[in-house]
Design a protein around this ligand. Structure first.
Ligand SMILES: Cc1ncc(COP(=O)(O)OP(=O)(O)O)c(N)n1
Ligand SMILES: Cc1ncsc1CCOP(=O)(O)O
Ligand SMILES: [Mg+2]
Length: 212
């Protein structure tokens, strides 16, 4: 049986946005503060570097019981035995990713609008990464923001876990949860904060409170 995953606080890494701190430091402190799942997102590095980072990330996160998801690259996810893969609308098609990763792996899919959510209904994605919720500078090629209304509407058409992404931070975490997100995916709200552990702790507490 597939392991149940806590998607509450989903860190998506970004080394250039980490204020000079190492990937290991970011992940270590984020996990200490309550981050429940980590996606290694590397847009610039070569494959060798990506594998080495992923292997080191897995070792660190395994010791903390935090699952590691790899962005875009099924080959890297398989090479290091990661828990799963995240793909978007212009990445490898979902069915191919699922076949390669196997039935036990977590495979997450990005959706940017309600049509893509409807298309995803025929798939068995473990979660949908919905966004951007708000405009973000972190991903210059992101689709237009869907807002809290867009998220709430998507919530009504699927039961698949929804992970909200795109300028999600401490100031809007509660309303994003209340609009229907099962988890919050953040880059800058953790990676670019001076105190990563505290930022993670604050977000985890805000999520818990919003669910009460
Ligand atoms: C949790 C989560 N949701 C959405 C995305 C975006 O994925 P994608 O559209 O493939 O864009 P890139 O991240 O590959 O630039 C994500 N990474 N994680
Ligand atoms: C990877 C990604 N996909 C949609 S928005 C985004 C970037 C989110 O970054 P931030 O949390 O800093 O806005
Ligand atoms: Mg992608």
């Amino acid at each position: 049986m597939k392991k149940s995953i806590d998607y509450s606080l989903y860190l998506v890494t970004d080394r250039p946005l980490s204020l000079g701190r190492s990937l290991m430091e970011v992940m270590e402190k984020a996990a200490a503060g309550g981050t429940t799942i980590v996606q290694l997102r590397e847009k610039e590095c070569d494959s060798r570097t990506f594998v080495e980072l992923a292997r080191a990330a897995k070792k660190l996160l395994d010791a903390k019981g935090v699952p590691l998801i790899i962005n875009d690259r099924a080959d890297i996810a398989l090479a290091v035995g990661a828990a799963g893969l995240h793909i978007g609308q212009t990445d490898m098609p979902y069915q191919d990713a699922r076949r390669i990763m196997g039935p036990e792996a977590i495979v997450g899919l990005s959706v940017e609008n309600r049509d893509q959510v409807k298309e995803a209904a025929s798939l068995d994605a473990d979660y949908l990464g919905v966004g951007p919720i708000f405009a973000t500078q972190t991903k210059p090629d992101a689709a237009p923001a869907i807002g809290l209304e867009g998220l709430a509407e998507i919530r009504t058409i699927t039961k698949t876990p929804l992970i909200a992404i795109g300028s999600v931070n401490l100031s809007n975490a509660a309303e994003v949860i209340r609009a229907g997100a099962d988890g919050l995916a953040v880059v800058s709200a953790i990676c670019s904060q001076p105190d990563i552990e505290q930022a993670s702790r604050n977000l985890a507490a805000a999520i818990q409170k919003a669910r009460q």
